[in-house]
Design a binder for this molecule. Structure first.
Ligand code: SF4
Ligand code: SF4
Length: 296
């Protein structure tokens, strides 16, 4: 049976992908896994692992946009008045729908007195399978501009990763979730056996990591905490919170200027700067992650 674990953090910019990619790098020869980049709005693991050529691409077409049949339109303006997303404009006397902002809610079609508006299925995004040079496969997703529904893309990514892990006899799927606690993150955490929360010592990160923790708690999933960029501030709010809630802190990664340099080189940090203090701390984090994986 394949087991899935998720790296989540709530706030963007806390270094979650650096932590997740470094753990994947350290574990690549120790356990079999399929990696998932579950940030369909802004995927970046394929850049960190420097993979550009997809092995296979699946397209999801389940979004909808409204289309006006100009021959049937009697120019009453009701659709323009009722659209909750202000996606209809008037140009040269014609009512036109902006496909970039139309959410496919159907309100315009409901109110149109002459049945001039239809909802048409459109592409939501792509789910892409890559082979990394590090010996594991990576599934990423790319949401098309303006499309909603990225939670569904992430669910398909996860299921596809499970399928590949099963076929290839790998025990784990490791998911790097998006920032926030929206549908993408919920889809990343659903079914996980453990959540690794990544946070930094700032009040905003604490606020957001609590929200991510509550999502995991809602699903009855145990969380551990990794504190990143330690030394950047002088607070210990996160540690105090973790202590109060009985959340194990499995690593503290020092603030390190080699992190942005590794990102600019499109390499996982431990490969680019194996002797950096952050890499050394991440090796210890990977050992703790491994212990947790083995205990699942
Ligand atoms: S489907 Fe909804 S969002 Fe799109 S144009 Fe109609 S009312 Fe506006
Ligand atoms: S509601 Fe229908 S008929 Fe009225 S302007 Fe819009 S498309 Fe035309």
């Amino acid at each position: 049976m394949t087991l899935h674990v998720t790296f989540a953090g709530g706030k963007g910019g806390v270094g979650k992908s650096t932590v997740a990619s470094s753990v994947m790098y350290y574990l690549r020869n120790v356990v079999g896994f399929v990696a998932v980049d579950a940030d369909a709005d802004a995927p970046n693991l394929h850049l960190i692992f420097d993979v550009r050529k997809p092995v296979r691409v699946r397209t999801l077409e389940d979004s909808k946009i409204a289309i006006i049949d100009q021959k049937k339109c009697i120019k009453c303006g009701l659709c323009y008045q009722k659209c909750p997303y202000k996606s209809i404009e008037i140009k040269n006397g014609e009512y036109l729908i902006d496909p970039m902002t139309c959410e496919g809610c159907g309100v315009c079609s409901y109110f149109c007195p002459n049945n001039a508006i239809k909802l048409k299925k459109t592409k939501t995004g792509d789910i892409i399978l890559y082979e990394t040079k590090y010996g594991f496969k990576l599934i990423s997703a790319q949401l098309d501009v303006g499309r909603p529904n990225s939670g569904k893309l992430v669910t398909i990514e996860r299921l596809w990763a499970n399928e590949i892990a099963n076929e290839e006899g790998h025990r784990y799927v490791i998911v790097d979730a998006a920032a926030g606690i929206g549908c993408q993150v919920i889809a990343s955490i659903t079914g996980a056996r453990h959540v690794f929360l990544v946070a930094e010592e700032t009040p905003t990160s604490l606020h957001d990591v609590i929200r991510a923790y509550k999502v995991a708690e809602h699903f009855g999933i145990k969380s551990s905490l990794i504190i990143n960029k330690v030394g950047m501030t002088k607070t210990s709010l996160i540690k105090r919170w973790a202590y109060d809630y009985g959340i194990e802190v499995i690593g503290e990664i020092p603030y390190d200027s080699s992190v942005p340099r590794a990102l600019s080189m499109m390499k996982p940090l431990p490969e680019a700067f194996p002797k950096s203090k952050a890499s050394k701390a991440l090796r210890e984090v990977s050992e703790s992650v491994l212990d947790i994986l083995k205990g699942l």
